[in-house]
Design a binder for this molecule. Structure first.
Ligand SMILES: [Zn+2]
Ligand SMILES: [Zn+2]
Length: 130
């Protein structure tokens, strides 16, 4: 394995082992820490291929850059608007029935994001808001 396919393998490996839902920038940092520095264009190209192939989800969780997720099981995202941490919450059978969808609507992709303040951030002053 070499070149693009190696990089895709490394990206997928990293995403499957982190719960962080990193941005492309964070992925680039992780690759370069592992001795596989990637140009931005190659990284985006490979992320696009992984997303198109259904191996990775591209998420817009906040106003920041897209994040990437290799957890393909149906799940909600809960994100803290202060520290930007993201948690995966499994969608339970029955959860979907509670949502009042328009009559006849056939849902395809479920993307539900809950934004708020996590317990750690709620306890203390925000480091940037002292
Ligand atoms: Zn927080
Ligand atoms: Zn996720």
């Amino acid at each position: 394995m070499q070149g693009h396919s190696l990089q895709r393998h490394l990206i997928l490996d990293y995403l499957r082992n982190t719960g962080e839902h990193p941005t492309a920038e964070r992925i680039a940092e992780a690759l370069s820490r592992g001795g596989h520095a990637a140009s931005t264009s190659n990284l985006y190209r490979n992320l696009t291929i992984l997303v198109a192939g259904g191996q990775v989800r591209r998420l817009s969780l906040d106003d920041g850059p897209d994040r990437f997720d290799a957890n393909l099981d149906p799940h909600y995202h809960v994100t803290c608007t202060r520290c930007n941490r993201v948690w995966d919450v499994a969608i339970q059978e029955g959860d979907r029935c509670d949502l009042a969808l328009p009559e006849g609507f056939r849902p395809g992709v479920w993307e539900i994001t809950v934004r708020g303040i996590c317990a750690a951030c709620a306890r203390g002053p925000h480091p940037f808001e002292s």
